[in-house]
Ligand binder design. Structure first.
Ligand code: TIU
Length: 222
């Protein structure tokens, strides 16, 4: 059994390589590229694009190490039957979920903007989980998939730190998974949320898990 240890906050993160998956949350054009849903919410997508280079390195290393890779996408069925009215009607964006946008219908499965950016495109054998909510476990088969693969630890990356990443890590904790969040591979549209969101994971002795940089994780891989 290969058991690497990553220098992390609040203390080193040891993990069984055969029981650990890389989770890449919602690196979709709608969130990360100009003209997508994230930008219509008034956000600067440049804040999220910073994660692409380190995340590409981590993805390449995980593939080389034989780690399972799981990508998620937030989005809805074309008839929006899986989108609660509370989500559909929330806020005052210039475009709403399901509306036609520059990259296809906003956050609708099968549309160009809903898909994962080219830089992090899944390859054959990797899992893509479509999720209707912020958390990766809600209304998806993720827990069963992880159980089937014997996965007990997750290396968590993607966007946005305080929204889908936090919700997923909290869901994972309550289900007994150990989570290492890579600080420069998760991104927020808001610098203060990025800093606070990262601090919240590892506070109180690792209340939700561990935090390390991509470099610290890469250095630990065999
Ligand atoms: N993936 C994810 O975080 N979905 C969001 O809507 N995030 C925002 O920060 N808006």
């Amino acid at each position: 059994m290969t058991r690497p240890s990553v220098e992390a906050e609040p203390y080193p993160f040891g993990f069984d390589l055969a029981a650990t998956a890389l989770l890449i949350i919602d690196m979709q054009r709608d969130f990360v590229e100009p003209g997508g849903f994230g930008e219509t919410l008034g956000n600067d997508v440049g804040m999220l694009r910073r994660v692409i280079p380190p995340l590409r390195e981590v993805l390449a290393a995980a593939r080389a190490a034989g780690m399972p890779v799981i990508h998620t996408r937030e989005g809805h069925l074309p008839d929006l039957s899986d989108c609660p009215p509370a989500k559909l009607n929330r806020g005052a964006p210039s475009l709403r979920i399901g509306d036609p946008g520059p990259k296809g219908r906003i956050l609708v499965r099968g549309e160009y903007g809903h898909d994962i950016i080219d830089e992090l495109r899944p390859v054959a054998g990797e899992t893509v989980i479509d999720k209707p909510g912020k958390g990766s476990f809600y209304a998806t088969g993720l827990q069963e998939l992880l159980a089937g693969k014997g996965i007990t630890s997750l290396v968590v990356t993607g966007v946005t730190t305080e929204v889908c990443v936090h919700t997923t890590v909290r869901e994972a904790n309550d289900r007994g998974y150990e989570c290492l969040v890579l600080s420069d591979c998760v991104g927020s549209y808001f610098e203060e949320f990025q800093q606070a969101g990262l601090a919240m994971f590892s506070a109180q002795g690792g209340i939700f898990g561990w935090v390390a940089s991509a470099k610290q994780f890469l250095e630990a891989l065999p």
